[in-house]
Every structure is written in structure tokens, then in C-alpha cells.
Write a protein that binds this ligand. Structure first.
Ligand SMILES: [Zn+2]
Length: 136
């Protein structure tokens, strides 16, 4: 079987912990008329987790936190639960999907870090070439 390597692509991502955390959530803040506080409207990207057969009053099998602190996001493959701490990735076709923090950390690095590493590799390669040329 032929082998393939993923092309390095740049994605945008932000970590989500609670309603309103995504920069495109566009939440509005409203004050209660009795002055008892305020509330945020539901995010447009990460919505509230709600399910007709699930009160939300149970802990998540993935993260252990209560389901009512979770979010819900539409992906190309359908709706998906968002655990607090998950990253929301915006892909090359502007599609959005959640990613667990451990997988995100193992798979992605900030672009500045990648550029720095690339420069070091290039510098090392150039030094090696110069060294080899010196030997010829
Ligand atoms: Zn969870």
C-alpha cells in the first residue's frame, strides 16, 4: 500500500470552556430587570448541550464534568458534544469541529513555533551543506 504524509496546513483554533468563549459566538449580555445580575445569550458557534432524553444532570463519560456545562457544535458529520477544555478548530473550508486537548497538543503547535523550528532546520541543513562543501 502506498504511504502518504499529511500536508502541513494552518488551521485556526480556540479553546472552549464555557458559553461565549468562541470568538464567533456573538453572545449578547442582558441584565435582569430586577437588578439581580445578567446573563449571556447562547453562543452561535458553540451552543448549549441539550437533549430531550438527557436532563444534563449526569457526568460526562469523557471528562467527568456535568453535562449541563457542555456545549454542542455543528460539524460536517453532524452535531457533536463539546467538553469544557476542548479546542474548536476552524478547518480550511471554514468547517468547525471539536478536538480533545491532549490530541490537539500532540497534533498542533503555534505557527510561530513551527516557523522557528523550520528556520533552525534550514540553518542546520545549510551548515551541513557548507561543512560538506568544505570537505570536497
Ligand atoms: Zn465532557
Amino acid at each position: 500500500m502506498a504511504k502518504y504524509k499529511k500536508k502541513p496546513i494552518i488551521i485556526e483554533a480556540e479553546q472552549w470552556f464555557k458559553n461565549g468563549d468562541h470568538s464567533q459566538d456573538d453572545c449578547q449580555q442582558f441584565d435582569y430587570t430586577d437588578g439581580s445580575g445578567s446573563f449571556l445569550t447562547e453562543g452561535k458557534i458553540v451552543r448549549y448541550y441539550r437533549h430531550p432524553q438527557d436532563s444534563g444532570d449526569r457526568s460526562c463519560e469523557k471528562c467527568g464534568k456535568m453535562m449541563h456545562v457542555h456545549g454542542w457544535i455543528d460539524t460536517l458529520e453532524g452535531g457533536h458534544i463539546v467538553c469544557p477544555g476542548d479546542w474548536i478548530i476552524t478547518g480550511i473550508a471554514n468547517e468547525k469541529y471539536p478536538c480533545k486537548d491532549a490530541i490537539f497538543q500532540a497534533t498542533y503547535e503555534p505557527v510561530e513555533e513551527a516557523v522557528k523550528r523550520e528556520r533552525i532546520h534550514t540553518a542546520e541543513a545549510n551548515a551541513e551543506i557548507a561543512h560538506m562543501k568544505g570537505l570536497l
